[in-house]
Each structure stands twice: as C-alpha cells, then as structure tokens.
Design a protein around this ligand. Structure first.
Ligand code: FAD
Length: 289
C-alpha cells in the first residue's frame, strides 16, 4: 500500500469466554496482516468490562505490535477511578483513546461526567497531549438528540474540547455521511471524520442493533436480508452484504473519506473480504472465519 492509502482501524469487543478468546485472537491476528493504524476495544454498558477491556487492549499491543486504543466511558463512579485507569494506560504506553459517554445500563444514573465532551475536557486538562483522542459522531443523528442541528453542535463542542478525530456510527447511505461531513465542516470542525463500517453478515442481530443505535437499514437492503434470513440462507446474506458494503466503502473513499473503521464483531472473514475487494490488503488473505 502507498503512503496515501486510507487509514484502516478495527474495533473488537473484550471476549467473555474461553471460546470467544480463541475467536478473538484468531480475528486479531488475521486482521493484523492488513497493517491497520490501530485496533480499538469497546467497554460494556456502564463500564462493566473495564478489566477485560484493559486486558484485551494490552494483548493487542503485545501480540501484534499494532497500536491499541481502549474505549473509555463517562460511566465511572468518580474522577479518581478514571484517573487511575488513565494512569495505568499511560504507564503501559497507550497513546490513543476512543472517548464516549456510553449507554447507561437500565436503572442506573449518569456517570461522573454527563456527556463525552466533559470527559474529553477532563482528559485534556489532566493529561495534556499524552493521548490522541477519538470521539463518536452520528451521520444519521444520535437517537437521544433533540434535533439534528443540536447533535451537530454537540459534536462540534466535543471536537473543540480537544478531540483529534472522530469515528461515525455505522450507516448504509453514503449521502448521509457526505452531508454530515459538509455540515460539520461548515461549523468549523476540521478533524478527520472516519466512517464506521458494519459488515453485513446476518439480519436479525443487525436489525436489532440498528433499532437501538438509530442506524437506518434502507428498505431495499432490509427486505432482501429478511427474506434470506427467513429461508435460513446465510450464504446469500453474506454475498449480498459483501457486495453492498464494498460499494458503500468505495463511494466513501472515492468521495474523500480519510479511512475506514470496521466494527469487526471479533470476526475477520467479512472485513478481510471487504478490504481485499477495495485493494487495501497488502498481502494475499487466507480464507476461513
Ligand atoms: P455524547 O457525545 O455525550 O452525546 C450523547 C447525546 O447527548 C447526544 O444525543 C448528544 O447530542 C447529546 N449531548 C451531548 N452534549 C450535550 C450537552 N452539553 N447538552 C445536551 N445534550 C448533549 N458504547 C458503549 O457502551 N461502549 C463502547 O465501547 C462504545 N463504542 C462506540 C464507538 C463508536 C465509534 C460509536 C459511534 C459509538 C460507540 N458506543 C459505545 C455507543 C455510544 O456510547 C452511545 O452512542 C452513547 O449513547 C453516546 O455516546 P457519545 O460519546 O456519542 O455521547
């Protein structure tokens, strides 16, 4: 790949069982062959996976040498908790964070900081430029936002507070991304806005998650996926999904997207196929899951 190749990054979740650990390590090692700029690791609702997020992040750095970035949320109980975690990451050489508000587990109140902007401010004040900070943004607008304009302004404020870059929620309409980027630029946001890409490999899980996070599955995609899902035809879903998402990524890159951030769900196959189709694999990829 040339120096001007788009920046790739891959997101994982912390494994919850021995079998998931094996699947994660396999996906991690296979995706490392694509030489991404970094790999990130989510945390569970309410920060419930804090220790596993930490272990997973440190294992990426150690096993692959690729930069690893923990997701950090506002859901800690105190400033001291967050400082202890960030001190620990700093001591282990972690230099990049994905900073989020997080979703509250049902029945619990807000964390120590009400919004991601507050946590970004805290980290900049306490740690200066120790960490490169990514934040989240929403081309189809965050489900809790009062209006799309409000959401955009909150995104602008988060960047003004010190974010170096942003990763979008996934979407299947390239136009929503291009419009969002134009609108953010017109508000003075100049940091890279990297589209988050969700490979399509099934229908039921994707529909449920999209409903929760406010991402639209266009009707022409949903109807096909649902029909194949009802018929138990996973191969058609995977082939169609690969086709649709490759085309989406191609449009995004042709239109100037600075990179692609893949929600891998700890599986390599679909992401490898997409990167291969886009000519982003530096070496021939093996097959398998
Ligand atoms: P914020 O930026 O704080 O925004 C949340 C809502 O509040 C928005 O509607 C915004 O418009 C509004 N808002 C912001 N500031 C203000 C203000 N000052 N006054 C009033 N309203 C305001 N979730 C997890 O649980 N774990 C993860 O690891 C995780 N990783 C993610 C990675 C990416 C790339 C993305 C896109 C999302 C991720 N999420 C994760 C989901 C995320 O935590 C949720 O979408 C959450 O609801 C919002 O997080 P945020 O950081 O965007 O919040």
């Amino acid at each position: 790949m040339s120096d001007s190749a788009p920046q790739l990054s891959f997101e994982f979740f912390p494994p919850r069982s021995a079998a998931q650990q094996v699947a994660f390590e396999r996906a991690r090692d296979r995706l490392a062959t694509l030489q991404p700029a970094y790999m990130s690791v989510t945390f569970g609702a309410g920060g419930s996976t804090r220790d596993r997020t930490r272990e997973t992040v440190l294992s990426i750095a150690e096993a692959t040498g690729i930069e690893a970035a923990p997701h950090i949320s506002c859901m800690a109980e105190s400033d001291d908790d967050i400082e202890a975690l960030l001190d620990d990451y700093r001591a282990h050489g972690i230099k990049r964070l994905v900073v989020l508000r997080g979703d509250r587990p049902s029945g619990s109140g807000a964390g120590v900081f009400p919004y991601a902007v507050d946590l970004v401010r805290f980290i900049r004040k306490r740690y200066g430029n120790t960490f490169h900070i990514e934040v989240a943004c929403y081309p189809e607008h965050h489900p809790e936002s009062r209006t799309p304009d409000d959401d955009l302004k909150h995104f602008r404020d988060k960047v003004a507070a010190g974010a170096d870059g942003a990763i979008t929620q996934y979407f299947f309409s390239a136009d929503s991304y291009f419009r969002f980027v134009d609108e953010a630029r017109s508000l003075g946001v100049s940091v890279p806005i990297v589209p988050g890409i969700m490979p399509i490999t099934n229908y039921t899980g994707l529909a449920r998650f999209s409903q929760m996070c406010g991402a639209e599955i266009p009707l022409w995609i949903a109807k096909r996926l649902k029909a194949w899902d009802d018929a138990g035809d996973r191969e058609s879903i995977a082939a169609f999904g690969e086709d649709v998402v490759t085309e989406l990524c191609r449009r995004l890159l042709d239109g100037g997207a600075p990179g692609l951030h893949f929600y891998t769900l700890n599986r390599a196959r679909a992401t490898l196929a997409l990167c291969r189709n886009l000519g982003l694999d530096p070496q021939p990829a093996a097959t398998g899951s």
